[in-house]
Write a protein that binds this ligand. Structure first.
Ligand code: GLC
Length: 510
């Protein structure tokens, strides 16, 4: 009851009741004074840029949360593990806000909580040195246990900090258990009962598969719920999250269609099709401030679409740095990629030597399977002055390549979204992509007035044809400049995609 409301006790035959005089009834607050509580969104993920990143997932967590938090309507928070490799420059400013304990089957583990705020987004880092004081993020024999601890920790930390989100948005298999714990354990507690779970698939290849034997003993989920997580006689955490969440999404409209098909689904297509009614495909964006050729300090020289002179300097300096002949009129075709099969490297292997017969230079940066690493190192040895392969993960060099190259090649066999084609375009490096997943949704063919070059079938000669087509256009200076500007002007920001996420959240909160 508001302090200003006067109440009068009235004597009647009935027991005493309180009557509020009309004149004294609370007055409706004026429009501007009404405060609608912010909608609380919690991202649960295994990595987030700029703190720790092994790939596109981290960038999306960092940039989408920032884009959503720009809207006053949302209180956006992100929770990730406190890995040993979290960048020191940030870590020193994390604030320790206390600790709780997380029980996981028979285990009872310490869970420290650190907090940090940036761009209106509050980040939490869950600390347990036994699980996370190791180099890197993944690839350990006990990853299942590590992320089970993390997800159970997320659920406990909600209670510890008193933050029960309206939307708990889990990303990829490492966060899938949070959705499972919500639906099998926590939703029976009053504070958790209104939390809606959203699950986003960034790559369906990695599903989190384990033996059914450890469902109770390791994941702490009763066999009563076995049907939720079981698939192909295994625990499949991604399948479990899809079944449990109110809504799930993937990172491009085309990939949302593709994963219904066995060619792309890595076995999960029956589950995707069964849950299709709650599936959405929302194209990722990039942070235009973070990737901005006009301000990026990693570049040899800055430039913009109004004044492209700096791009020529970037190319010249890149050639010099990589010991390639400095030739302004020789097209530099680049790839920056993990060296794994689904990136389409077999197509490149098949025809690159034919492409190299013409005047071009080829630069590849990345790490991955040793067979590809060896192949590209050998190619560089056989084509000195034409091919450079840098087998490493180097963010500074990647920006020098994005800005200094002319053509960016991304012939993926499958690609949920892909961010590199967007970054390359933003830096005026024209993309050649295969029409799959987010590549199809972001790059449109030059012949139809688009911003790059595309080919449809997973066929090396189709790719070679398009490489030659792109080099043909490159030789026409005016046409090429126009194409560069078109690529740079394409809107790859989060503006429209963040609205699609908001709409998805709104529908769930109705
Ligand atoms: C994964 C996908 C990639 C996507 C990224 C961010 O790394 O392989 O295509 O862009 O997640 O969603």
């Amino acid at each position: 009851m508001s302090a200003s409301t006067k109440r009068t006790k009235v004597k009647t035959a009935e027991p005493e009741i309180e009557v509020m005089k009309a004149s004294e009834a609370p007055v409706e607050a004026p429009e501007e004074a009404k405060v609608t509580p912010k909608k609380k969104i919690l991202f649960v993920a295994s990595e987030a840029a700029p703190f720790i990143a092994t790939g596109g997932l981290a960038e999306v967590i960092g940039s989408l949360s920032k884009a959503l938090a720009r809207d006053e309507k949302y209180d956006v928070r992100v929770v990730i593990p406190l890995y040993q490799d979290i960048k020191k420059e940030y870590r020193k400013d994390f604030k320790f806000i206390g600790n709780t304990y997380v029980s996981l089957s028979w285990r009872n583990q310490y869970c420290g909580v650190f907090e940090y705020t940036q761009d209106n987004v509050t980040y939490y880092f869950l600390d347990n040195e036994y699980y996370f004081k190791r180099p890197g993020c993944y690839g350990y024999y006990d990853d299942g246990e590590r992320f089970a601890f993390f997800c159970r920790g997320v659920m406990e930390v909600m209670n510890f900090i008193g933050f029960y989100p309206d939307i708990m948005h889990c990303h990829d298999w490492q966060a899938a258990l949070a959705a499972l714990y919500l639906k099998t354990i926590y939703c029976f507690r009053p504070e958790y009962q209104f939390i809606r779970a959203v699950f986003t698939i960034h790559n369906i290849e990695y599903q989190g598969k384990y033996s059914l034997d450890i469902l109770e003993d390791l994941f702490g989920i009763s066999y009563h719920f076995q049907n939720l997580v079981e698939y192909d006689r295994c625990i499949n955490l991604m399948k479990g999250a899809i079944e449990c969440c109110e809504c799930f999404s993937t990172v491009s409209p085309t990939y949302a269609q593709e994963i219904k098909d066995p060619y792309y689904s890595h076995g999960l297509d029956p589950i995707i099709r069964r849950n299709e009614f709650k599936l959405r495909g929302i194209l990722n964006g990039i942070d235009p401030d973070y990737y901005n050729p006009a301000t990026d300090v990693a570049l040899f020289e800055n430039y913009s679409e109004e004044d492209l002179r700096g791009k020529a300097v970037c190319k010249e300096e890149l050639q010099r740095m990589l010991n390639l002949p400095v030739k302004p009129d020789t097209p530099v075709v680049a790839m920056i990629t993990r060296l794994v099969t689904h990136k389409g490297l077999d197509l490149v292997k098949e025809v690159i030597e034919q492409a190299l017969r013409q005047d071009m230079q080829f630069v590849i940066l990345g790490t991955g399977d040793s067979s590809y690493e060896n192949y590209f190192s050998d190619l560089a040895r056989r084509y000195p002055g034409k091919v450079v392969s840098v087998i490493s993960f180097n963010s500074d060099l990647s920006r020098k390549i994005y800005s200094g190259a002319d053509i960016f090649l991304m012939p993926s066999k499958s690609e949920p979204c892909g961010l590199s084609q967007m970054i390359a375009s933003r830096y005026g490096t024209v993309a050649i992509v295969r029409e799959t997943g987010g590549l199809k949704d972001s790059i449109t063919p030059y012949g139809a007035g688009g911003n790059g070059f595309t080919f449809r079938d997973y066929n090396a000669y189709d790719m070679l044809y398009v490489i030659n087509e792109a080099i043909g256009v490159y030789r026409n200076k005016e046409a090429w400049k126009e194409l560069i500007i078109k690529a740079m002007r394409t809107d790859f920001t989060w503006a429209s995609s963040a609205r699609e996420y908001e709409e998805m959240y709104r529908n769930l909160l109705k």
